[in-house]
Design a protein around this ligand. Structure first.
Ligand code: CMP
Length: 160
């Protein structure tokens, strides 16, 4: 069964060659339901492109509960897991594989700390996040996870 609504997620013939993980040139950003639903996507994309990120693909997805649980499987069992899944299924998200040098490291710098209250001035979460959960954007935390997370949303897509 597909974790998503819609049929694009049915594509399963993605064959990552591993180069993107080894070289840290690709990462996954997700503009979350709070920011996407309040029309902040354009401003966030502008911020990312200004920092040299190239958008390789983009997809608006309304995650199913099973899809959000699978994506955040590493957090299963944590006190905030159910609430996180509720939030991530509350509306559409915009998922984008991004490319630039040191992509994973740099994107995490640009988005700022998980809690917008702790995020550096000018970071995406400081600008657009409302709280630890409604924090506007997700970014992969390692090159290996970036490869898995890009495949989660873009399996079978020939990235530009
Ligand atoms: P994200 O980068 O998407 O990865 C996991 C998410 O869990 C994180 O952003 C937050 O939105 C959420 N999260 C992490 N810690 C907490 C917490 N203590 N309370 C609520 N949500 C959290």
């Amino acid at each position: 069964m597909s974790p998503h609504r819609g049929d694009a997620s049915e594509r399963t013939n993605h064959k990552p060659n591993g180069n993107e993980a080894m070289s840290d040139t690709r990462t996954l950003a997700i503009i979350k339901p709070d920011a996407f639903g309040s029309g902040k996507a354009g401003k966030i994309i502008d911020r990312l492109e200004s920092d040299g990120f190239r958008i390789l693909a983009a997809r608006v997805v309304h995650l199913s509960r099973a899809g959000a649980e699978a994506f955040y499987d590493v957090h299963r069992g944590k006190p905030f897991f159910a609430s996180l899944v509720d939030f991530m299924t509350s509306g559409p998200v915009l998922a984008m594989p991004l490319e630039r040098e040191d992509a994973v490291t740099r994107l995490r710098e640009v988005i700022g700390a998980t809690d917008p209250a702790d995020a550096d001035t000018g970071t995406v979460r400081a600008l657009y996040g409302e709280g630890k959960e409604r924090n506007a954007i997700h970014a992969s935390d390692s090159p290996d996870n970036a490869r898995v997370e890009v495949a989660f949303f873009f399996a079978g897509v020939d990235l530009a």
